[in-house]
Design a protein around this ligand. Sequence first.
Ligand SMILES: Cc1ncc(COP(=O)(O)O)c(C=O)c1O
Length: 379
Amino acid sequence: MIYLDNAATSFPKPESVYQALDLFGRENLANPGRAGHKMALAAERALDDVPHQLKQFFHGHPPDRFVFTLNGTDALNMAFKGVLNEGDHVITTDLEHNSVSRPLRAMELSGRITLSRLRADRGGTIDPEDVRKALTPRTRLIALTHASNVLGTVQPIGEIGKLARERNVLFLVDAAQTAGVIPIDVQALNIDLLAFPGHKSLLGPTGTGALYVGLRATVRAWREGGTGGDSSNETQPREFPYFLEGGTPNVLGVAGLGAGIKFVEDKGLDAIHRHETDLVGHLWKRLDRMPTFEVFGHRDAARRVGTLSFRWDGLPATELGGILDQAFDIAIRPGLHCAPYIHRSIGTFPEGTVRVSPGPFSTTEDMDRLADALAEIAG
Ligand SMILES: Cc1ncc(COP(=O)(O)O)c(C=O)c1O
């Protein structure tokens, strides 16, 4: 199988991640922090070490502000439901994944918040000036994806973060498509809340993710329960990360995530980004020779990640995806990619597009095999 669906979750994982999962699962898989025995302490160590890695990786301050979650969606819900209050105004965009759009839309429909959804331009980028114009005295939060999971376009979060800070508005970045590919410095970029999965470009296993809660953000606890220590307290301990981490954490997944982050650091973000954008650049050139395929987004590698969407008038995206899977053993993701608003904007709703997302282990040959398959189908 040629796996080109890394925007959904990365595969394969580096060998070091499989080894870390195996070793940790066999030797240290106790309940962290719940007992004083050696295995529990080893498990606790993984939960202590990985936040330090994350702190370095994202320049977050301090490490206990990284709260482990089940995935990106969990982190985003934790942020929205923990931060927003009755009457708040939120600015978001039509590039967002449903894990941003749905919780915000539900809050809007229930009358708790008001919402402005900004439109990306034809190339798939939000104009910071539009954000400035949408600000009101009631704006509490700007919630924005760092890169579109449909078009791969990277958003100007530096300018928007600066604007948010000037106006004393909280800034949330959904880094699902960039964490592990593009450097993110939460302090320099004025990010108050950073939500990211561990199972995509950070190369950890599924069931991992985190929310970084900056010191300016006040969050309500949303999942209260056991934290291991401080059991006599009648309510959730206020101390981070326990305040937001009730229940037995996915310490096995966190150990795998630690190995994934280490792999990314060793390889270097620039090299990974260049590799993946070169691959989609190569595919795009091959698609140029097949004019019946329409490719979306802009070409500039510096303003995109390695995710490419296209459609073909000859067949709906889901059928094309089915043929690629069944006849050519190539895994891509057809459809709306949980991001219906941007598909409406680019005119591909409701069929969607075919999305191709190579990873660090994909090759030029994989791209050629896909392009050959498309040429054969179109022929
Ligand atoms: C931009 C974006 N945000 C959020 C998510 C949700 O992440 P998860 O699947 O880990 O819940 C995804 C997943 O594809 C995504 O692409």
